[in-house]
Design a binder for this molecule. Structure first.
Ligand code: ADP
Ligand code: MG
Length: 339
């Protein structure tokens, strides 16, 4: 294991911001910690880098306790949330920063900077002023700077947070490819689920300084650990239910669930695709409260008479208008009883 956290705890004013966190990252793995703002993500990275002392617990790199190891000897790279380029230095000066700190010779440095700028898609940008770069270009320079000293662990704090959506979606694919090619071990943190799911081999969901769930993107997406994780992933049809055999008693009436589901009082998740529209006389009667065009489909907010709203996904062609009455049935293949 390249990185190991053992009951890592950081308190500010008596409050645990990291609360006994256990986390392993294997060599060549890309792990993404996903959590809302204030859940302790930046503190986690700062603690691993040695910028934030632990109140208790341990940080291990290659199995060795880092308590007595200063920041510059840990061999980890940290790209900060607000990438913090040096405005008075040009691109090359920024990328070479860590190399100079490590005492690399000048000509060797220049070659390495050129190599890195090629790598991040900014060939020949050495002499450009930082202020002349777009947000996406600055992000690439910050990445090149973090990669330059060849850290054994690269840590990224909200790496794409400030970029607009289309650029973010493109860069995340590039990054994953790049890290795969370089064999870089990466620990990234983000509040953006799309980013986490696109980048990571493994996603770790954090809530109030604790790990709420860890798994592959598919595992977490298919089976959120609890109502918090499900809601944080953007699912809205999450309710308390009583499961009895292959049905759940819910505020929406009886909802079929897959065979083998956990029984008793549980949290039930119905994915939007599992809310099927049927004629108003059939199923649960709802009024269409809102309709959002999503490109490939339409998201509907359906208001039953005496139950929480339901979110449904349906094809554009068959989507009813706001104010229309519809019936709803549930598809057990898209319902999940959470453990
Ligand atoms: P995230 O990166 O997930 O948004 P942070 O790790 O930055 O979360 O912060 C977690 C919590 O710790 C927040 O409530 C924040 O206000 C608090 N915090 C962070 N740094 C300090 C500090 N140096 N002193 C006191 N409180 C802090
Ligand atoms: Mg942060």
């Amino acid at each position: 294991m390249l990185l190991g956290l053992r009951a890592a705890t950081v308190r500010f004013d008596g409050r645990a911001v990291l609360d006994a966190v256990d986390l392993d990252v294997a060599e060549h793995e890309i792990v993404c910690v996903l959590g809302p703002s204030g859940s302790g993500k930046s503190t986690l990275l700062r603690a691993i880098a040695g910028l934030q002392p632990l109140d208790s617990g341990r940080v291990l790199l290659d199995g060795r306790d880092q308590a007595a190891v200063p920041v510059h000897r840990r061999g980890v790279g940290l790209m900060f949330q607000d990438h913090q380029l040096f405005p008075q230095r040009d691109v090359a000066g920024n990328v070479a920063f860590g190399l100079r700190m490590h005492g690399m010779a000048k000509n060797e440095r220049a070659a390495r900077v050129g190599e890195l700028l090629d790598l991040v898609g900014l060939p020949g940008a050495e002499r450009r002023a930082v202020a002349s770069l777009s947000g996406g270009e600055q992000q690439r320079v910050a990445l090149a700077r973090a990669l330059a000293p060849r850290p054994r662990l690269l840590m990224l704090d909200e790496p794409l947070g400030q970029l607009d959506r289309s650029l973010r979606e493109r860069l995340v694919v590039e990054l994953r490819e790049l890290f795969g090619r370089l064999g870089t071990t990466v620990l990234a943190v983000t509040h953006d689920q799309g980013e986490a799911f696109a980048l990571a081999d493994r996603v770790v969901v954090m809530r109030d300084g604790r790990i709420a769930q860890a798994g592959t993107p598919l595992e977490v997406w298919q089976r959120p650990a609890d109502a918090f994780v499900a809601r944080f992933l953007g699912f809205e049809n999450v309710v308390e239910a009583t499961v009895d055999g292959e049905a759940a008693i819910t505020p929406w009436g009886k909802v079929p669930v897959p065979g083998g589901s956990p029984q008793g009082t549980r949290t039930l998740l119905v994915r939007p695709a599992g809310v099927r529209l049927v004629p108003p006389a059939e199923g649960l009667r709802c009024t269409v409260a809102a309709r959002t065009f999503q490109g490939t489909h339409v998201t509907l907010h359906l208001q039953p008479r005496d139950a929480p709203r339901l979110e449904a996904a349906c094809p554009l062609r068959t989507a009813p208008e706001v104010g229309a009455e519809t019936g709803v049935e549930f598809d057990p293949a898209e319902t999940v009883v959470l453990d």
